[in-house]
Design a protein around this ligand. Structure first.
Ligand SMILES: C[S@@+](CC[C@H](N)C(=O)[O-])C[C@H]1O[C@@H](n2cnc3c(N)ncnc32)[C@H](O)[C@@H]1O
Length: 231
């Protein structure tokens, strides 16, 4: 389920990926903060999907005034480390972590969050988990709430090379040779269809050099912002 053993290994031994090493918040989230559509909006509650070591939860609570941030993360040791960090920063009244898969029902009422953030997580889910996750994001967002995400683009040379050289179990998926993690890349169309209750504000494609496994890889990502309309 959910490649849990591989992620435990990443946090406990390998520490190969940028998010296992840095507390600098994700660029896509910082860019969202600088964008026009959220100027002068008051947002109170945020959900951080696959919160890892907590860098984005902390950014929202400490720098951007959120009163209530919840991170959901499957790896126990990452949650423990994130809790230690928020204790040190005195943010325990603003941030809580739930230790479970985002591919299962999430323990919150409908329309609980003004903002849901997914930085590099949805492409890690298997088809069943992903179907549940898509439904949960739409259920949990408040009307006028934003969903901000960063994920892997399918229509890029780098992804196509991986589909061929190291194919995964479903269409547009691959197995990363160094870690054996499976990733499912997305087209814009798939993402639009996955969230029928949300309006697309933008889906920007970004080519980025990603440091990982002691090397640097050219990858293409989709940086997305969607918004739930008023009823
Ligand atoms: C690429 S890391 C990104 C971490 C974090 N979003 C950040 O930007 O720092 C992906 C994270 O998703 C977590 N993860 C993977 N599958 C998950 C699942 N099914 N439910 C919750 N978290 C999951 C991993 O343990 C890891 O912390």
């Amino acid at each position: 389920m959910a490649q849990l053993d591989l992620w435990e290994k990443e946090y406990e031994e390998r520490k190969d990926l940028p998010s296992s090493q840095t507390m600098v918040p994700s660029r896509a989230l910082r860019e969202f903060w600088e964008s026009e559509e959220i100027k002068n909006l008051h947002m109170d509650s945020a959900l951080d999907i696959g919160s890892g070591l907590g860098r984005n939860s902390i950014y929202m609570a400490a720098q951007n005034g959120f009163a209530h941030v919840v991170g959901v993360e499957i790896v126990d040791s990452a949650v423990d480390k994130a809790r230690e960090t928020i204790d040190e920063l005195g943010l325990q009244n603003k941030i809580t972590f739930v230790n479970q898969s985002v591919g299962d029902s999430l323990p919150f009422e409908d329309q609980s969050f003004d903002l849901i953030v997914d930085m590099m997580v949805m492409h890690l889910l298997d088809p069943n988990e992903r179907a549940k996750y898509f439904a949960e994001i739409q259920r949990l967002l408040k009307p006028n709430g934003f969903f901000v995400f960063y994920t892997i683009a399918a229509d890029s040379e780098a992804a196509k090379a991986l589909f061929e050289s190291s194919p995964g179990p479903e269409e547009n998926s691959y197995i990363i040779p160094q870690s054996r993690m499976i990733e499912k890349a997305f087209t814009d169309d798939e993402l639009i269809k996955a969230f029928p209750e949300l309006n697309v504000i933008r889906l920007n494609h970004k080519t980025q050099l990603t440091p990982a496994f002691g090397d640097v890889y050219k990858r293409e990502y989709i940086s997305g912002v969607m918004k739930k309309p008023l009823a």
